[in-house]
Write a protein that binds this ligand. Structure first.
Ligand code: GUN
Ligand code: ZN
Length: 435
């Protein structure tokens, strides 16, 4: 009698980027007849199917050939209360905030509305293959708690926090620094490190936060271990000019955040489109990551991201969809948009498929300080896995019948795969979505 071994061996072509393809050649690891052995929610082995099966002959195999396995996608910048403002085209940042985003964010005082938004939001993440996300919560503690509850129920890895602001938005969205401190402290106690949840201190941007509010953010980070941090930086010229007016003592935008100690591993600043050499140098030295949001940068006319300058300076860059300034939840599409805009940017980088995959997966894990846990299929990491299989009789299925190399197949997936091709999503081995 043979006793079956615990675990499950997934069989399909697979790709991952355990090394940085911006620094090393041949960083894409691919197995055309791939095997991914999952045991107790973790990667027990990753490689050629026959080799793994020979070493574990009594493990149950799930045959997924016809599709492809990728590490779970990681979105490092997205706003939960902005689900319903997607598609608000034709404006630049400050007008878009006033006319589209902020009125909708004010509706999050209605807890039932916030709950339904949160439910749809986490479902949209999973159905697009996103297993980990750094999320701007609401300006209200109750609505932010509702997001954490929906995240917990979904099984996804969600890092989020209540958005903090005390000026320049609209009165309903402002809190006093005292209330923000109290409510944030309660949320941290309740949700930080609960299951797969983490808390991120979240001042909206320098424009909407007084020095007193930024001090509260600093205090929270001092008082609790392992908090992440997120904000916006250098997105739009009008925003930058206004920040310079409000903080006359700061030499540049980043200097405002530096004054309060914001930065370091696990700190993610979104956009950084209009940046200086000095800021890039300081971001790299501080190990602060930038969430590059190419769809949003184009949709809001914010500008072309200087990817090559960031990489040359040694700044960590990951990808964010920036829903609702962006154009949707798809991280594959976001990577394609990064490729597209670099193609047309002056001195743009020419991204290959390995670099696109890295930006959409491992780079996000690094940015969030979760690289020991997720981001690729290295043994002992959590089994966060996306199974991609295009529907029959689609352009992608036709292209994949003809591709001859893993790089070609991966490039075709980035070009053509939308949510319809996401068939199964696992977090820590557990299926959280089936398409
Ligand atoms: N800066 C401050 N708030 C926002 C926001 O909601 N979206 C974007 N894209 N930029 C911001
Ligand atoms: Zn944003």
């Amino acid at each position: 009698m043979t006793v079956s071994e615990p675990g499950e061996l997934l069989r399909a072509p697979l790709f991952h980027t355990p090394r940085n393809p911006f620094l090393q050649d041949r960083a894409l690891e691919s197995h055309w007849d791939g095997g991914l052995l999952i045991r107790d929610g973790r990667i027990a082995a990753c490689g050629d199917f026959e080799t793994i099966r020979a070493a574990h002959p009594n493990t149950t195999t799930t045959d997924l050939r016809g599709g492809f396995l990728l590490p779970g996608l990681i979105d490092t910048h997205i706003h939960f209360p902005q689900l319903r403002v997607l598609g608000g085209l034709g404006r630049t940042l400050l007008d878009w905030l006033e006319e589209c985003a902020l009125p909708e964010e004010a509706r999050m005082t209605d807890e039932a509305y916030a709950r339904e938004t949160a439910r749809r939001f986490v479902h949209a993440l999973a159905s697009h293959g996103t297993t980990t996300a750094l999320v701007f919560g609401a300006h209200f503690a109750a609505a932010t708690a509702v997001l954490f509850e929906a995240a917990s129920a979904s099984g996804l890895r969600i890092v989020s926090g209540m958005v903090m602001s005390d000026r320049q938005l609209r009165p309903e969205l402002h809190q006093t620094p005292e209330a923000a401190y109290r409510e944030s402290s309660d949320l941290i106690r309740c949700y930080h490190r609960r299951g797969r949840l983490l808390y991120a201190v979240t001042p909206r941007f320098a424009l909407s936060t007084s020095e007193a509010m930024l001090e509260v953010c600093q205090t929270l980070r001092r008082e609790h271990e392992g908090l992440r941090f997120q904000t916006h930086l250098n997105e739009n010229p009008r925003e930058i000019a206004e920040v310079a007016r409000l903080f006359p003592w700061a030499s540049d935008y980043l200097a405002v955040y530096e004054r309060f100690g914001f930065g370091g591993r696990g700190a993610v600043m979104a956009h950084n489109v209009h940046t200086t050499a000095s800021e890039l140098e300081r971001l790299a030295a501080g190990d602060t990551a930038i969430a590059h949001c190419p769809c949003s940068n184009a949709a809001l006319g914010s500008g072309l991201f200087a990817l090559r300058r960031h990489l040359n300076a040694g700044v960590r860059v990951a990808l964010g969809t920036d829903v609702g300034g962006g154009t949707g939840f798809g991280m594959l599409k976001e990577a394609l948009q990064a490729y597209m805009l670099q193609r047309v940017a002056p001195e743009g980088a020419l991204l290959d498929a390995a670099q696109m995959l890295y930006l959409a997966t491992r780079a996000g894990a690094d940015a969030l300080g979760l690289d020991r846990e997720v981001g690729d299929f290295e043994p002992d990491k959590a089994a966060d896995v996306v199974y991609i299989k295009p529907p029959e009789d689609t352009p992608l299925s036709a292209v994949l019948e003809r591709t001859e190399t893993p790089e070609q197949a991966l490039a075709a997936i980035f070009t053509l795969a939308g949510a319809e091709s996401i068939r199964e999503v696992r977090v820590q081995g557990t299926i959280v979505y089936k398409g």
